[in-house]
Design a binder for this molecule. Structure first.
Ligand code: 3HC
Length: 312
């Protein structure tokens, strides 16, 4: 038996036994490539996602709301850090991931290419966007790749707090003045469909799902996760007294799930391909932040080199 055959057999055995694949283990090239793609995309989403929320830090309605929002945005930076670190264990460097993002060769979640026009949008991001993210990410705590699965455990705990703070903003606005209720409804009208798009294309159009599920990277399909999210969120909207902007939404007793309307896939693919309302601004801002931070990276590298020399 060659080393490669032994590696393959061990990889298959780990998957079958529901054990984790770890960085030194042999893994198929496609498995490594898929993980780098997905984890880097996920990390970029966390970091780019700081922009629409940070837009409201200086305009949060109270000091307490401002402190909570600052903490949340900082959490997202932390999520990016765990995820970039997890991707690095697969042999790609952080500089390379940044280069690929800045050159438009790496994707990030479509959701962050929409503007945050009112304070209710901060509520909607917490309630719907973080709600969708958790629905997707709970299954990733069972991902077959150890560093990603372990990172997701901590991220999911923090996302649960984010979701609750968003729902609480929406509850406050919904119980407020008619203008505040209208602001909440307007937020829901604009964020509902983009939140459903976060789960990706239909299973029949998903390029990677079948293989990713065989490798136990993904555990649940895009459509099944989207359905879970709709079933969970509709009663929450009812509790808030807000209307979901979908005339086809209704309970299907036979299926035991809500039926819902078709996503505008043209809009989805336009946003994914870089033509959403905020794609250009988001990447321009990200590049500028990376360039402005060059001196920090250089100083940190110089400090590390000096310490190494001192120890040697
Ligand atoms: N936005 C942008 N691109 C998307 C997308 C979305 N919402 N959904 C799918 N795509 C892309 C895929 O990346 C793929 O393109 P590629 O081959 O160039 O990479 C193509 O559309 C086809 O989609 P597939 O279904 O074949 O892709 P996947 O199997 O990778 O499934 C996914 C897509 C469900 C998003 C999966 O990658 C995943 O679970 N990723 C991890 C979670 C993640 O990235 N979440 C980001 C959400 S935001 C967030 O977490 C921040 C928090 O603070 C809210």
């Amino acid at each position: 038996m060659t080393d490669r055959h032994r590696g393959e057999a061990r990889f298959e055995a780990l998957l079958a036994a529901e054990e984790k694949v770890e960085p030194p283990d042999w893994m198929p090239d496609g498995y490594r490539k898929t993980l780098i793609r997905q984890i880097a995309q996920h990390a970029h989403s966390e970091v780019i996602g700081m922009q629409p929320e940070a837009n409201w830090i200086s305009r949060a309605p109270t000091l307490k709301r401002k402190a909570i929002l600052m903490a949340k945005v900082q959490d997202e930076a932390g999520h990016g850090l765990y995820l970039y670190s997890a991707a690095e264990t697969l042999g790609i460097t952080r500089d390379e991931m940044m280069r690929l993002l800045h050159e438009g060769k790496h994707k990030y979640s479509s959701i962050f290419n929409y503007p945050t026009l009112s304070w209710a949008d901060i509520g909607c991001i917490g309630w719907l966007v973080d709600g969708a993210a958790i629905t997707n990410q709970v299954m990733l705590t069972r991902c077959s790749y150890g560093p990603y699965a372990r990172g997701m455990v901590r991220i999911c705990k923090e996302e649960s707090f984010h979701q609750r703070q968003g729902f609480e903003i929406m509850a406050t606005l919904s119980r407020g003045t008619p203008a505040q209720r209208q602001m909440a409804q307007d937020g829901l009208d604009r964020w509902w469909w983009p939140s459903l798009m976060m789960f990706g294309p239909h299973d029949s159009a998903s390029t990677h799902s079948r293989q990713s599920m065989e490798w136990k990277i993904k555990r649940v399909s895009n459509d099944d996760l989207r359905q879970q999210f709709v079933d969970m969120t509709v009663p929450q909207a009812e509790y808030l007294g807000l209307a979901i902007p979908d005339p086809d939404l209704r309970w299907n007793a036979e299926r035991g799930h809500y039926d819902f309307g078709e996503i505008d896939w043209d809009e989805f693919w336009a946003v994914v391909k870089g033509n959403g309302p905020m794609n250009r601004e988001r990447i321009a801002h990200k590049r500028a932040a990376w360039e402005d931070g060059a001196w920090v990276r250089e100083a940190a590298a110089a400090y590390a080199a000096r310490r190494r020399d001192a120890v040697a």
